[in-house]
Design a protein around this ligand. Structure first.
Ligand code: NAD
Length: 288
């Protein structure tokens, strides 16, 4: 048995095409164009690439976007003042702070200053709280993207034994809420989990986001498991790999996402969907 590869690039492209068509129609009708503001602090090379890709994606679908770049020396107060202005700006429907922020900045304090109506990364406590209570609003991009990949493949989620490896605020925790909402029996493992492979061998669906190259070997997984690789790790030779050892898992899984080309493109697409949703819900007031 070899796994079916879930092609995130292809699925993303289709969704982005639909978004572009919708924007073209909005332009013809004279409706507002979704606007995204991205705040980038410091000099992290990966962050710069992610921000550039988000800008390119916005241009492709016809969104307005603006990047605000700051040195790592900027104060929390200055970032908060900018957020306050953007919260009121009628051309901006989504605000994104590229993470990680420099250590001296209190990330949660900053994220809370973004209006929950413009929280297109889905990290605001209000939006996370809504998801927790089964009322998803603006949803964290990577978990929401993964849900859409599984949906596109018509994978029946109800009752699956799902294992998330990694419990970060941006992936593991919102992923847990999404999988519960989808009806999975959900386990979250993290760096303090004892005997991880006891959970791995029983899982029908594994989503891994720990930032460790090729960590998950296929010999431990259940035959036919669905393997979703969130990790993005750059090796010394420049190659990008995930947290999953692709070849050993490919031989045993039923579905697998590649890195690159799996979850990554869907994260950007979810961001576009969220920005359009925020524009329609809170600006057009169309989906209320
Ligand atoms: P993080 O460092 O904030 O969290 C890592 C988590 O993994 C922690 O909960 C930690 O307890 C857990 N962990 C570490 N070692 C472990 C081990 N041996 N066993 C079990 N759990 C372990 O990381 P993050 O920000 O969630 O990112 C994780 C990875 O996902 C990174 O490679 C990152 O680049 C990638 N990422 C990709 C996307 C995407 O769109 N594809 C989005 C976000 C993050």
């Amino acid at each position: 048995m070899v796994a079916k590869i879930i092609n995130g690039f292809k699925i993303s492209k289709k969704i982005q095409k639909k978004i572009k068509n919708e924007i073209d129609k909005r332009k013809k009708k004279g409706l507002s164009i979704p606007g995204l503001a991205v705040i980038l602090v410091g000099n992290n090379n990966s962050s710069k690439i992610y921000v550039k890709n988000k800008k390119i994606a916005c241009n492709k679908v016809g969104f307005f976007s603006k990047i605000f770049k700051f040195s790592k020396k900027i104060s929390e107060k200055k970032i908060i003042n900018l957020i306050k202005k953007l919260n009121k700006n009628k051309l901006i429907h989504g605000i994104l702070i590229q993470l990680p922020l420099p250590k001296k900045i209190n990330t949660l304090k900053i994220l809370k200053k973004i209006s929950y109506k413009k929280d297109v990364d889905g990290f605001h406590p209000f939006n996370i709280g809504l998801l927790c209570q089964r009322q998803p609003n603006l949803r964290s991009c990577t978990p929401f993207g993964i849900l859409q990949l599984l949906k596109k493949k018509k994978i029946k989620m109800k009752g699956l034994n799902a294992l998330i490896i990694g419990a970060s605020n941006i992936v593991g925790r919102p992923m847990m809420l999404e999988l519960l909402l989808a009806g999975c029996t959900t386990t979250v493992a993290h760096r303090f989990t004892k005997n991880l492979y006891q959970y791995v061998k029983n899982a029908d669906l594994i989503i891994i986001a720990i930032g460790k190259p090729n960590f998950l070997n296929g010999k431990f997984i259940k035959k036919g498991a669905i393997i979703i690789d969130v990790g993005i790790n750059r090796l010394k030779n420049g190659k990008i790999v995930g947290d999953v050892d692709f070849n050993s898992n490919y031989k045993k899984a039923s579905y697998i996402t590649p890195v690159p080309g799996g979850v990554g493109p869907m994260t950007v697409t979810s961001l576009l969907q969220n920005t359009l949703y925020a524009c329609k819900k809170y600006y057009d007031k169309k989906i209320l």
